[in-house]
Design a protein. Sequence first.
Length: 429
Amino acid sequence: MNPSAHPLPLLTLLESQERSDPVWIQVGTLLDGESTPRHHVHLVYDSETIRYVGALPPPADQVRPGQSAPDSILDDYTAMPGLIDGHTHAFLEGAELDFETRKAYQSQSADALLKAAESRCRKLIRHGIIAMRDGGDKDGVGLALSACKGSNDAADVFSPGPGINRIKRYGRFFCEPYETFASAEEVIEDRIARGADHIKVVPTGIINFAKAAVVAKPQYTVEELQGLTTAAHERGKQVMAHASGDIGIEVAIEGGVDTVEHGFFVRDDQLQRMADRSIIWVPTFAPVQEQVDHADAMGWSELERDNLKRILDRHAASIQTAQKLGVRILVGSDAGSCGVAHANGLLYELELLEQAGMPTLDVLNSATAGNARHLLNDVRYGRISEGYQPRILLTDSDPCHSVTALQEKRITVFDGHVFFSEDTNLSGF
C-alpha cells in the first residue's frame, strides 16, 4: 500500500485501521442501496456500525469529543454500500478458459481448493465486494468459508453445501445426488446439519449452444421438487434453483422455488407467474457473454456464435419484460464458471444488466441492499444506514451515470479497515 499515491484527505481513512474511534466524512454523493442519490451527506462510522447519516453535521455524541469538522471532505466521491455477488462458486477459479486446466484445478484436494478460495475472499473486499451467495460445491469449501463469516479481512460467504441433482445428471462437479437419501426431508436435513445457509437444487441441465436450447429433460417432476422446497421452507431455508429452458423453468416455478438462477429461454407468461408469486430472478448474463467474448479460444463454430448472440438478445428482452411485470431481478455473476472471474465477473454482470435496459440505479440497488435483503436474509450490511455495518465503497468516478464507473479505482471501508482496489492483481482470480 502506498498512501502517498492517494489524495491527502484519504489519509484519515487509513488511520481507522488503527483505532476504534468514529470517523466522520462528508461525501458529494451518497447511495444508500435503496433510494435515490443524496448529495453533500455527512457519514459517521466506527469499526462496528454506521453511527450517523444525514445532510446536517452529526450530533456531538456521535463523533469524537470536541470534534467540530469532518475528518475528510470528499466532494468528488460517491459513497455506496459494498457490492454483493448473488450467485458464485467460491471453490472455482473462473478466469481460466481451458477445459483441461479447469478439470485439473477441480481435481485438487479439498484443502487446496479451500486455501485458494480463502485467498479469493480476501481479495474480493479490495474490489468492493463484501459478500457472496454461493451456488454450491461438494468439497466442503463453501461451508468452511460460511463458518468464518464476520472475518475482518475477507468477504462473507453464504453456502448451500452441495447442490442437489439427480444421479448421473448435470451438476456432478458441485452436487451430491438426491438418491443418496431415502426422502426429500432427509436430503434437506443433511444439508442443514452440515451448516447450509440456503438450499441449491438443479432442476435442469445447461444450454446446448449448437441447438440454442436446453435439450435434456428436467431432472425433477413438479411433485418431486415440491417435496424438496416444502421440506426446505419448513426449516426456514430459501431454495435457489439452477433452471434454464422453458420446460425446466416451468418445473421450477410450479415446484415452489424462491429464486430462478440463469433463467435462459424464460417465457413471458412464466415471468408473470414469477411476479405474482414473488419468485426472484438472478439472470447471470456473464457466463454466456464470456462465451461470445472468447469464442475463438472456446472453438465455437459460426452457428454456435450466432446462437449465443441470439440467446443473449432474447435474455435482454426478457429483462425488459420482467421489469414491466414487476419481477424482482437481483444480481449474480456465476463467478467461477468458465471465463467468469471473481470480482471482475460481477462488475461485468452489472454492465451487462445495464446494457440490457435495467436502469443504472436499479442495478446498483439490486447488487447491494436488494441482494442483502432478499438473498442473504436481511444481513446487517448492504445499506448505508444507521445501525448497519460499515461496509462502504468509495469512488471518485460516477456510478450513477453508469455502472462502468465501478471498474475504476475504488476504496472499500470494511468494518473499520480500509482497502484500495489497485493493491491487488486480479490475474487468475
